[in-house]
Design a protein. Structure first.
Lengths: 418, 164
């Protein structure tokens, strides 16, 4: 069996599960945000019952916060009132809120072997800790609030092995953009991406979270990396519940097995308007930009900010470029402050924004005008994703984003003189 | 259950930002969402679509976010069902859970033209293009999904059976 099959099997009463079976599973964590929770709460209240377990529900107000307008303020208030009324303790708001998929691992709310559903497509992020985590809609979430369970079709798994040594500056973002470039935005449709190999073992947890975060951009149901010593070091002292480490059996069956040699993988940039349009930095050419976003659930962790600061230290953001840095959680922000990274960014002329999803989904705090281009460490570059339908988003990791902010065009960090 | 309507065609990888842009997600009011359905792909769509009309698209329809606002917006603007060669998985779940019928057929997706009148029989999965006279078979809906639809969606199913 694969890791995915083992985790599902551990959460169901069904016997001998196999890909294609539809099973009922117990859910450890059910997550929603200020956009998706209101619909879930309305559905839940219409059913007129109690929460199956208030402690398995997690609400994070992170998308249109700090409240963008009256309508979004009302949505947040509705979730806040419900959380208070129903005793949802894992409720994150104001100065306790961060971008949900950076916040939950940090708070130890998710861990190896967990089965997590979230009314947010990037819930697959937690697969990096050896969990089965997948995005669902608000109604699925309402059902989990009522029953602490969900229905799942047991997915097939596709194995991807990253071999060899990473090139300088190359990180998790480049590996996942490269992978999506190879298999396409529906290459993993209905399936699990199981990601492993010597290069993955060398990556820190933050870079692994970046990889699993974007499994959905290949259409996948989950993106799982088995838990190892690095994972356990990370969850130790954080985990709020016991966890279980699962590993795929040597004879586990996969829909496909693909090997990549990291020597072939340079820094990646995904061109508009799909994450699959990944190119190596050497093929990019001259692309002038107007904005840089460094942050999000994909690349807003402290390791990402350190890389960006390493490139920007002593440099200036190019005249005419707006560079917005958003630490993904309050704890990351404080850490960045303590390490002097915030000073580096501000001295370079970057804007420090609050922990929020904000511009990633074109919500607020960094919207693009017609014809403008952004380099972003986020996860989607669909038409109109960050603003006007005639604007463009180029996806990259923190080193390329930071270098581009300095040069005013899409650049490798090696182009920034130190 | 049968649907009949005029076809509006879209391409491959129609994402949830195209179906309902995030700037409208500060509400979940179906009427408001319906008015902006497909706005970034075809700004005039919501004003020209009529009750019962059908969307036909290529592969991976509904990719991107988990927003249930996407099937809500499609239903609210009057569209009766969506035919595509494949659907993104969260959109697939959401559509059934919300009671928006969706059908997978490579042939129907490839051949049906914008403006054709199409009839779909949900029970049998038979798709008939009344303009060309051609018929297609959608992939069968998994039995568990048929139960959900028969009960009127996921929440009704739970109400009826006491669980999932």
């Amino acid at each position: 069996m694969t890791i995915a099959e083992k985790i599902l099997a551990a959460h169901t009463d069904a016997d001998g599960i196999a890909p294609g079976d539809i099973i009922k599973v117990r859910v450890d964590v059910a997550l929603a945000n200020d956009i998706t929770a209101p619909i879930a709460i309305r559905e839940f209240e219409a059913a007129g019952a109690n929460l199956a377990d208030p402690d398995m529900v997690v609400f994070v107000l992170d998308h249109f916060t700090p409240n963008k307008d009256i309508a979004s303020a009302n949505q947040c208030k509705m979730v806040r009132d419900f959380a208070s009324r129903c005793g949802v303790r894992n409720f994150f708001d104001g100065g306790e809120a961060g971008v949900e998929h950076a916040l939950l691992p940090e708070k130890g709310l998710v861990g190896p072997g967990d089965l997590i559903i979230g009314a947010d497509s990037h819930t697959c992020t937690y697969g990096a800790l050896g969990a089965f985590a997948t995005g669902v809609g608000s109604t699925d979430l309402a059902a989990a609030m009522l029953t602490a369970s969900a229905w799942m079709k047991v997915p097939e798994s596709m194995k991807f092995v990253f071999k060899g040594k990473l090139n300088p500056w190359v990180g998790g973002k480049d590996l996942i953009l490269y992978l999506i470039g190879k298999i396409g935005v529906d290459g993993g449709l209905y399936r699990v991406l199981e990601i492993e190999g010597p290069a993955i073992e060398k990556l820190d947890v933050s870079n692994r979270l970046t990889i699993s975060n974007m499994a959905i951009e290949a259409g996948a149901k989950a993106g799982i990396i088995k838990a190892d010593d690095k994972t356990l070091d990370y969850v130790k002292g954080r985990a709020r519940r016991p966890y279980t480490v699962f590993e795929s059996d040597p004879g586990a069956r996969y829909a496909s097995v693909t090997e990549f040699d990291c020597a072939d993988i340079e820094l990646q940039v995904a061109f508009p308007h799909l994450p699959e349009n990944a190119k190596g930095i050497s093929e990019v050419g001259e692309v002038r930009i107007d904005q840089v976003i460094i942050g999000s659930c994909t690349n807003g962790r402290i390791e990402d900010l350190r890389e960006a600061a390493r490139v920007m230290k002593g440099q200036k953001v190019s005249k005419g470029v707006r560079c917005i840095v958003m630490p993904a959680t309050p704890e990351i922000y404080l850490q960045a402050e303590n390490e002097g990274l915030v000073k580096t960014f501000l001295e370079a002329g970057a804007i420090m924004g609050p922990p929020t999803c904000g511009p990633c989904l074109g919500g607020h705090m960094g919207i693009l005008a017609k014809g403008e281009r952004a380099v972003a460490t986020t996860n989607r570059n669909f038409v109109g994703r960050m603003g006007d339908t005639a604007s463009e988003v180029y996806l990259a990791g923190p080193p390329v984003a930071a270098a581009s902010a300095v040069t005013g065009k899409i650049s490798s960090p090696e182009e920034v003189e130190s | 259950m049968k649907f009949e309507g005029k076809v509006y065609r879209f391409g491959n990888d129609v994402d949830t930002d195209a179906i309902i842009p995030a700037r409208y997600l500060n509400t979940s009011d179906p009427e408001h969402l319906g008015k902006h359905c497909m706005e970034d792909a075809d700004p005039s769509f919501a004003s020209k679509v009529r009750k019962g009309d059908i969307i036909v698209a290529g592969k991976n329809f509904g990719c991107g976010s988990s927003r249930e606002h996407a099937p809500i917006a499609i239903k609210a603007c009057g569209v009766s069902c969506v035919i595509a060669s494949s659907f993104a998985r969260i959109f697939f779940r959401n559509s059934f859970n919300m009671g928006l019928p969706i059908f997978e057929s490579d042939e129907a997706s490839a051949e049906i033209k914008e403006g054709d009148t199409v009839e779909v029989d949900a029970a049998s999965g038979l798709i008939r293009d009344l303009t060309t006279g051609r018929e297609y078979r959608a992939r069968p809906i998994p039995p568990f999904m048929q139960e959900l639809i028969a009960d009127g969606g996921l929440m009704e199913h739970i109400r009826k059976t006491g669980g999932i």
